[in-house]
Design a protein around this ligand. Structure first.
Ligand SMILES: [Zn+2]
Length: 251
């Protein structure tokens, strides 16, 4: 992972989820060039392209996991739908606007009607348990089925957030302190549920470095595409220092 090597060589300072919580809740000073490295969705390929470097340098990283997808067949629904555009009855872009119940139905229908054989894309429960043994790797929740939270009813939203946090805590035997909103989509209901659960920080996909004045439940991130891999196979850095942006432009 080119970016991580580059950051490491150029005196950027990798901070952990615990550090970020300390900055926002306990007034700990943010060091110059601080970068919180995060990954969304738990792509299996991250086990080969990110984790070895992270382990080599003991770089803190937080991985956001959609627990239901990991527990099921490990196929990301948006990628299934993308590959099944010919059998979709609505334009692909509409999929992100329909109520969650409709989205689920659509995905199930496509799953059964399409003969596309997709291989598992996500890590497994065992992978997560194994990775959670490393002190520098932490996990945050990313809902159960990766819906767009504003499209969820109250019940669906509660289930997606609460159940994913509980399941992840069971798998890792650690409390869940962080959360990533699927596709960055958030509403006030979601923030309320997270606060009640005791989650401390949550990240969006708003593209800019974070600062101490940001709401810890609406932290922006700088997305970095690593080579030519899938658009979702990205690393997100929460650059707490603006020069990270300049660096990313140079990469
Ligand atoms: Zn995601």
């Amino acid at each position: 992972m080119r970016l991580v090597r580059w950051l490491n060589k150029n005196n950027y300072y990798f901070v952990s989820e615990t550090d970020v919580i300390e900055y926002y809740y306990n007034g700990k000073r943010i060091p110059s060039g601080a970068v919180w490295l995060t990954l969304d969705d738990g792509w299996k390929e991250n086990l080969f392209n990110v984790i070895p470097i992270v382990n080599q340098y003991k770089i803190p990283i937080t991985i956001f996991i959609p627990t239901g997808i990991v527990e099921n067949d490990g196929i990301y629904w948006w990628s299934l739908l993308q590959k099944s555009r010919d059998v979709l009855q609505i334009p692909y872009s509409e999929v992100f606007k329909i109520p969650e119940k409709e989205r689920r139905k659509l995905v199930e229908k496509v799953r059964f009607s399409s003969n596309r054989q997709l291989l598992r894309q996500a890590v497994t429960k065992d992978d997560i348990y194994n990775l959670s043994q490393y002190k520098w790797i932490s996990f945050g929740a990313h809902t159960v089925l990766h819906p767009l939270l504003p499209n969820c009813t109250e019940d669906e939203l509660n289930y997606e957030i609460i159940h994913s946090c509980e399941t992840l805590a069971q798998w890792t035997k650690r409390p869940v302190n962080s959360f990533a909103y699927p596709m960055g989509k958030v509403d006030t209901r979601a923030i309320e549920v997270l606060k009640n659960l005791g989650v401390k920080v949550a990240v969006t996909t708003e593209m800019r470095p974070a600062s101490i004045t940001d709401d810890p439940f609406l932290l922006p991130r700088v997305s970095v595409y690593d080579g030519i891999t899938n658009a979702e196979g990205i690393a997100n850095v929460v650059g707490v220092w603006p020069r990270v942006i300049k660096m990313i432009k140079r990469i």
